[in-house]
Every structure is written in C-alpha cells, then in structure tokens.
Design a protein around this ligand. Structure first.
Ligand code: SF4
Length: 64
C-alpha cells in the first residue's frame, strides 16, 4: 500500500509545480488549490523529490 500524501490547501499558492511535475498524482481542486488524487500515480522518491521537496511553500506532506 503506497504512502498517502496530502496538501495543506491553506498554504498552497497554486504555483502548479506539483501538478505539472506529477500530473498522475496531483491536480487542482475546485478552489484552485493542489490536491493529491492518486498517491500511487508515481514512485515515492518522485513524490518526495518533485513535489514535497520542490514545493516553494513546503505544504505537501506524507500522511502516516
Ligand atoms: S507545488 Fe506547492 S504551492 Fe505549488 S501547486 Fe503544488 S502544493 Fe501548491
């Protein structure tokens, strides 16, 4: 079972980086904020490197 990842929508600035880097994992919701809709859409290291570490406001997190 893949680890789940979530976006703190209060902090997301809708820059689009995570959505562009990993479109099979993240998308914009109706509020224009990023959300994770499929945590199995990319390997964990890609999520770590291309989303969690790359987010300019560090609002993407692993959920235990
Ligand atoms: S990279 Fe961060 S700030 Fe940018 S859209 Fe994704 S969650 Fe939001």
């Amino acid at each position: 079972m893949p680890k789940t990842v979530w976006v703190d929508e209060d902090l997301c600035i809708s820059c689009g980086l995570c959505v562009n880097n990993l479109p099979d994992v993240f998308r914009f919701n109706n509020d224009g904020k990023a959300e994770c809709y499929d945590p199995s859409g990319a390997p964990e290291d890609a999520i770590q490197n291309d989303a969690i570490d790359a987010c300019p406001v560090s609002c993407i997190h692993w959920k235990d």
